[in-house]
Design a protein around this ligand. Structure first.
Ligand SMILES: [Zn+2]
Length: 280
């Protein structure tokens, strides 16, 4: 496990739209065409997906997320998939203090719970604190949890160190008027689940959804927004299973969260002009 594999690939807009039954024609948020509010074509959102590590099928989830979000949002992907199943792997790009600078938003779908390198963790956090949007999915909230710094937890917006037993959960919509939660409905039963136990919400966090945990016998926030420094972060602890991630509800929610995190989501829950994918 000492060796890591760096796989960086550029995924062109729309190149992967077919294939998972989540095509543009089904998009709930992409009604706008290519033109922005000024009448000119807007540049695609520059998104970085950082993925890899323990316990999850990150190869398939990379396909689900990049294809699913590209079917809804005008986005260009850079994917950094490293570390195999090693929870101690340090993602190479995080060695650079400017790792996040070229992107509008970074999607974290990583599971590196064993990394305790405080300087590295604080560099990851600093990228978002400086203003780059973040989307934090599932085990990303458990990553870096042994490091003796709160900077990543402050970035994510929650502190969590363990999860409940595997079972589907009923997610309640706590803020139906929030643009990210438009179209979510009053509640959503996930196909499968691994609910994270939330120990603490940090001051910038706003809960958008919660689910009841049968093991701990209480509700746990599982969808939220957070602000840390200049950065806007959307987070959800839902997402362990591929079957959950590939649902329309999940991809609509994450796509809206991504738009929100980089200031491109309208109050009506639609992408701002030009940033949606044209409905067929
Ligand atoms: Zn998991």
């Amino acid at each position: 496990m000492g060796r890591f594999v760096a796989a960086i690939q550029l995924v062109a807009v729309g190149a992967l739209v077919a294939g998972l039954g989540i095509g543009a024609g089904e998009s709930a948020i992409g009604k706008e065409g290519a033109k922005g509010a000024s009448g000119k074509e807007v540049k695609a959102i520059k998104a970085l997906l950082v993925t890899g590590g323990c316990c999850h099928d990150y190869k398939t989830q990379t396909k689900i997320l990049t294809e699913g979000i590209s079917a809804r949002v005008k986005v260009n992907w850079t994917v950094v998939h490293e570390g195999g199943t090693n929870r101690n792997h340090k993602v190479s790009i995080y060695q650079d203090a400017k790792w996040a600078e070229k992107y509008d938003v970074v999607v974290h779908n990583e599971c590196f719970g064993g990394v305790k390198d405080v300087k590295l963790v604080e560099r990851i956090a600093a990228g978002h604190k400086a203003g780059v949007g973040g989307v934090v999915l599932h085990c990303s909230a458990h990553s870096y949890r042994g490091a003796k710094t709160d900077e990543w937890r402050k970035t994510v917006g929650v502190s969590s160190y363990r999860h409940e037993r595997h079972r589907a959960v009923e997610v309640k919509n706590l803020k139906a008027d929030h643009p990210i939660m438009k179209g979510f409905g009053t509640s959503w039963k996930t196909p499968a689940g691994e609910l994270y136990v939330i120990q603490k919400l940090w001051p910038g966090a706003v809960p958008l959804g919660s689910a009841y945990g049968k093991d701990t016998k209480k509700d746990h926030v599982c969808i939220w927004t957070n602000r840390y420094g200049k950065g806007k972060v959307f987070g959800t602890t839902i997402g362990h299973h591929n079957e959950t991630m590939k649902t329309k509800v999940y991809l609509d929610m994450v796509a809206r969260g991504l738009l929100w995190a980089c200031g491109k989501l309208g109050k009506d829950g639609e992408a701002k002009a030009g940033y949606g994918v044209r409905r067929k």
